[in-house]
Design a protein around this ligand. Sequence first.
Ligand SMILES: N[C@@H](CCC(=O)N[C@@H](CS)C(=O)NCC(=O)O)C(=O)O
Length: 229
Amino acid sequence: MDLLLYYHPLASFCHKVLIALYEQGNEFRGELVEPGNPASREPLLDIWPVGKMPVLHDVGRGVAVPESSIIIEYLDRHHPGDAALVPADPDIARETRLWDRFFDLYVQQPMQKFVLDRLRGEHERDPRGVAEAAATLDTAYDMLEAQLEGRAWAACDRFTLADCAAAPALFYAGIVRPFPPGHHNLARYFERLMARSSVRHTYDEARPYFHLFPYRDAMPEHLLAPEGR
Ligand SMILES: N[C@@H](CCC(=O)N[C@@H](CS)C(=O)NCC(=O)O)C(=O)O
């Protein structure tokens, strides 16, 4: 198997790349990195000492690629599927990259603030930082409600890198900070994402690990046990 992915099945930035791999139909081998198991982290740290997942190792080409967006761009170029996840048109590609950045920086990162804060001891918590993260998410939800007016997907008329970033960002963000009730475009977009087969596959694999998620108590039933399965 030429493609190895250092990952954890519960990690949202890993979900982003898994969704891309499933969209493209790429075969790969997952190398499990467990945060509490230093030995499992060593190969990842050798490649990328900051220790963040995911990292892709393309054994055939002898290339290691960190950072989820860069990995997806790399796969698009060297192991593409039928439809490019970064469209060829330069203006549409720019929009795609913009919304990819948006989901990583203004949805995933504030969501991570909530999650990491809950993992800390009582005396190490940062209520002000969490309140700032909540305000960022509220602004992001408002911006998305406007952006998604009359659109099926985040950046253009088809599924792209931006939607790979959106699915895991909104999956966990919607649990720690539920979408406002009147945000129907956002709610319908999230439903469309969750119905996509690459996304369903990713969460079917993550589901056995949900008990490790510190907001497990706040997860809605339909995410824990989707209808019909
Ligand atoms: N900018 C990075 C962010 C990656 C990231 O934050 N990964 C988290 C998992 S979702 C991680 O590795 N956490 C473990 C750690 O920080 O030790 C990307 O896009 O890949």
